[in-house]
Design a binder for this molecule. Structure first.
Ligand code: NAP
Length: 319
């Protein structure tokens, strides 16, 4: 067993990196665990236009790269490609046990900032044709669909933003939405409705992705006519909601019915010393700017908790 950490941060998206910047500056013994490379969801998105301070927007990947560099410049230790399997109470009854794929650690406090992953719709062909025309990431796979026709399923911000992104490559983008109004921000709605190569297929739900070697069409149910329609497309991108990555604290902290971590106003979960920040937290507004603020709040609350527990204050003692 290694030295006991003050703080284990689980997840290297904006919430985790913001918590890490603050922890490193507070000279906490903090480690950030990330199952992949740090960056989180914004690393896989296009331009972020609503993060304050960047008129004209900033590429998601660049924004999180800057956060990563900033955290590293203060000495934050980030262990990438080290997924956390679970978090439990340590035998002393106070500390937390962090079990990863590579080892077991103890920490006085934990911030869960693991975000969420795309939900599957669960229709025939979706799983079978994954990577062969079915995708959950337009930023990753969009370039494979140059001059092709694609469908984007969903009417939220993700679907609409990624549909706009796909127009860089695809000759035609269909947005398949089950209602007659989009959920996405108004400014994005205006852009898709005005776009000459985007067509919204209202009040339709996908029932099957068809194709042999690759996707060849998407079968839709037209809800008004209760009839099936088939659209020839070479790609289908699903944005039908998300599932929280709360697995590591499932046995430890209270979750809401969808699996998001319940917290109080200090971002404390029901388990002492365990905080949640960003998309994985019940009630988070799922914005990069908000995730950053939540990461900061969680770190400051966690630091106070650890200092009270150990009877020390980094601030008062000084370096
Ligand atoms: P979301 O807002 O939950 O939207 C999911 C979409 O999928 C909805 O339009 C929903 O339809 C549809 N849907 C859900 N289940 C379906 C089913 N079984 N069949 C057909 N359609 C189904 O998810 P999201 O777009 O991934 O966004 C998640 C959060 O991140 C949101 O809070 C969003 O604002 C935020 N976000 C923000 C930005 C930004 O600020 N630029 C970018 C990306 C994401 P209904 O509309 O009928 O429910």
């Amino acid at each position: 067993m290694e030295e006991i950490m003050d703080l284990a941060i689980i997840g290297g998206g904006p919430a985790g990196l913001a918590a890490g910047i603050y922890a490193a500056r507070a000279r906490q013994r903090a480690v950030l665990f990330e199952e992949n490379l740090t960056g989180g969801a914004p690393a896989l998105t296009g331009t972020i236009e609503n993060y304050p301070g960047f008129p004209g927007g900033i590429e998601g990947a660049e924004l999180v790269e800057r956060m990563r560099e900033q955290a590293a410049s203060f000495g934050l230790e980030a262990r990438t490609f080290e997924p956390v399997e679970f978090i439990a109470r340590a035998p002393d009854g106070k500390r937390l046990l962090v079990r990863t794929e590579k080892g077991e650690y103890e920490a006085w406090a934990v911030i869960l900032a693991t975000g969420m992953r795309p939900a599957r719709l669960g229709i025939p062909g979706e799983e079978e044709l994954l990577g062969r025309g079915v995708s959950y990431c337009a930023t990753c796979d969009g370039a494979f669909f140059r001059d092709k026709e694609v469908a984007v399923v969903g009417g939220g911000n993700s679907a609409v933003e990624e549909a706009l992104f796909l127009t860089r490559f695809a000759s035609r983008v269909y947005i398949v939405h089950r209602r007659d109004r989009l959920r996405a921000d108004r400014i994005l709605q205006e852009r898709v409705l005005a776009h000459p190569r985007i067509e919204v297929l209202w009040r339709r739900v996908p029932v099957e992705v068809k194709g042999d070697a690759r996707v060849s069409s998407l079968v839709l149910r037209n809800l008004d006519e209760d009839a099936l329609e088939e659209k020839e497309v070479q790609g289908v991108f699903f944005y039908v909601g998300n599932i929280p990555n709360s697995g590591p604290v499932r046995e430890l902290a209270e979750l809401d019915e969808a699996g998001f971590v319940l917290t109080d106003i200090s971002l404390r979960s029901s388990a002492a010393g365990v905080y949640a920040a960003g998309d994985v937290r019940a009630g988070s507004v799922k914005q990069v700017a908000a995730a950053v603020g939540e990461g900061v709040t969680a770190q400051m609350q966690a630091q106070r908790y650890v200092e009270e527990l150990l009877g020390t204050s980094y601030d008062r003692k000084g370096p």
